[in-house]
Design a protein around this ligand. Sequence first.
Ligand code: CA
Length: 504
Amino acid sequence: MEKRQFIKVNPADNVGIVIIPEGIKAGTKLSDSVTAVEHVPHGHKVALKDFSKNEEIIRYGEVIGYAREDIPKGSWISEDKVQLPEPPHLEELPIATKVPDPLPPLEGYTFLGYRNSDGTVGTKNLLGIMTSVQCVEGVVNIAVERIKRELLPKYPNVDGVVPINHHYGCGVAIDAPEAKVPKRILKNLATHPNFGGELLLVGLGCEKLVPEKYFPDVKKENTVILQSELGFELMVDSIVSKARQCLERLDKRVREVCPVSDLVVGVQCGGSDAFSGITANPAVGYAADLLVRAGATVLFSEVTEVRDGVHHLTARAINQEVGQKLIDEMAWYDNYLELGGVDRDANPTPGNKAGGLANVVEKSLGSIAKSGSSAIVDVLSPGEKVRKKGLIFAATPASDFVCGTCQLASGITLQVFTTGRGTPYGLSMVPVIKVASNSELTKKWKNLIDVDAGKIATGDATIEDVGWEIFRLILEIASGNKKAWADYWRIENALCLFNPAPIT
Ligand code: CA
């Protein structure tokens, strides 16, 4: 097979991205109609048509800038030849101006999930143990060790025990306006679909985050208050004994055939590289479209990663209201950063530019590519529960575990995570499918990476091929037929709660 020299991410693109490490030499035939007229470096753009001055340069199917001069076909479109579009001001964004038509329905796909009485469907069967304040964490951890050792082997239908420890609950300004964020995240984590309505809550007894007030959905009989117990051993016994009752009930849960529309999938990136926006993110975007076509819910997030491409998102908002909600979330975050005395990392880094990213729009679009091409039907504040099916923007920080925790609170039952540099990231509450942007990482970490999107760059697969591979793997893993590597190794990171409110 002849080695591919460049790829087009979207059929509408009028530039190609050079994928061979040594770059393209002048005189290289790129297609029947295009021959390189000069050297074009790796990761950079080559003109696939003759551009006249001010003509639109299209990548990811979107305008990333305008030609500053006439650019002949086969030229290197270096950063200095691209006129940056006007930066998006939040006051004058296009709303619902480019709402994509609904994609054709995709039928005939199912998965095996745990259906809950509230209508949600889980992908794992877990005993969740929530703390209402960090004072109880040490005792809970000792109890969890005992539960895992003594009880869990007796309940083969239960996949694991997940402690939800956090540094909230007391010594915090619990009535501050932004305290609604951590309170909402914790409340919604407690009713996550993978806990089957049987979450165990451990409180202290004098904390500000009063269990019965802030966790109204947790069963009274599933609550342990340490100040009501007589000494250390009885505290642990009490947690273990309640855990046994929860496990009895959880062990009776069985998987049943569910339509794909019962899935709630989050997408995220971390440790990205120059190939993330060319391989892994567009492939995940293709899988996101397949999920939406099958009626599922897909959440994409990371405000700071999408901020500079937000005008493309507001244009895709299904209506005025959703577009405005998106703008409000951006404005909230701009203000949050400003209060902290920082600005978003607006301009691409020198490394980004050397890697071929001409400007901030191009950088953001690489991240937005994870969202696929469907209309945005809803916008969630950090940790709000999903209320619609389809593609949703869930506003979260881009920080990996903070984003992951917010998406879990929103109700994702599986996450797809793209990475270029590599991270052993995992969320024990839901399976995480890790997609590598380059094949070197896949080779280096063959027992941590689930999907190699690098084969798109080498020409061994298309974006569509890898998109389908991710979609099928989502169904396998959601069904429990297969384990993502992070689950295989039982990699357990602590969750990370987003708290924009003061600590007292
Ligand atoms: Ca991230």
